[in-house]
Design a protein around this ligand. Sequence first.
Ligand code: NAD
Ligand code: UD1
Length: 356
Amino acid sequence: MRVLVTGGAGYIGSHTLVELLGQGHEACVVDSYDNGSPIALDRVRGLTNGHLEAHEADIRDTARLTAIATAFAPDAVIHFAGLKAVGESVARPVDYYDVNVTGTLSLMRAMAAAGCGRIIFSSSATVYGEPEYLPYDEAHPLRPTSVYGQTKRMAEQILTDWAAADPAATVMLLRYFNPVGAHASGRIGEDPHDIPNNLMPYLAQVATGQRDRLVIHGDDYDTPDGTGVRDYIHVVDLARAHVAALDRAAGVTGAEVYNIGTGRGTSVREMVAAFSRAVGRALPVTVGPRRPGDIAAMEADCSLARQMLGWQAQYGIDDMARSLWVWQSANPEGYRGAAGESRASQTPSSEIRPKP
Ligand code: NAD
Ligand code: UD1
């Protein structure tokens, strides 16, 4: 299929491109490079042998997006582009609603102009909010507690209403749990532009000496070791879930929603232990107070994705930790350490073709 990928130069997008191109799909990326890098796209090209086109554009620029989509004529869209920092979303609500909600509407207009009615959307487990029961299944009530979570919920609703109005439309809402790790090559990975808020990118910077120590946000939760429990999923497993959703989208219409996790919860201390094993030494850790807004534990019920998409996660936490360390140790400054490597960065819009 020909797949338009918004936000393809980011963390999850770049890993998904590797899997898409590996399965013979063709891709056209639209990314503002606000939090992604054209170097990631060059490296995707080096890892694969497929057709990858890239355009620097903001998804809110409907005219530009329409021109790109019309020229590429996609069979489907995977929509990763968005802002994703929970704390920042509370401080900058207008930007978050604008990019995540208005940006999604802009994309839908461009899709209509290009005659494309299939979309896979990056949603988040954060739409569930405080758990009424665990593991969360897709029928759990939606009560997001942050602006970021609200933007995801709104975009889900808009896409669901759109599918209801158009009998030919297909919408796959994928609710990701906690993506971590990197491609086994260490060529692509997560590249936070600011101080990381999330556990594993922060811990990775502790291991390279860029941060002094990890502060565990509370060890007095009602969990087996007192620290927070999450459903961490290897980013390569998550990327493959998109390929599975794309395959299903080719044969169905309407809106469907899937949890994408492993179904297994892991505590902060267990993740620190796994990452210390990967690095080969103990890492400096202290315990601080709880982080406001955090919940004690969350886990996904992923049985629907297993049944309907034929997909389930393959990797465990040691694989996640090892691959993260391969990436982080080779790229301690992320893609900024590879400035000058990029061909795509030299032109605002580029077509990247494989070597013969
Ligand atoms: P990321 O920031 O690495 O990637 C997002 C990409 O979108 C970046 O390359 C960025 O430059 C681009 N972008 C941002 N605003 C844009 C705009 N206005 N126009 C065009 N491009 C724009 O994030 P990620 O971790 O790869 O996340 C991808 C998607 O998955 C996001 O929608 C995010 O909300 C969602 N998600 C992520 C997580 C996570 O933990 N990483 C969890 C759940 C859901
Ligand atoms: C956060 C977001 C969530 C988003 C998810 C993506 C919040 C409140 N929620 O979730 O919306 O979908 O990232 O992966 O930000 N921890 C520490 N020390 C740290 C960092 C984290 O102890 O320096 C702990 C946290 O308290 C938590 C666990 O590690 O128990 C995971 O935290 P994090 O990686 O930030 O993810 P979430 O809180 O699940």
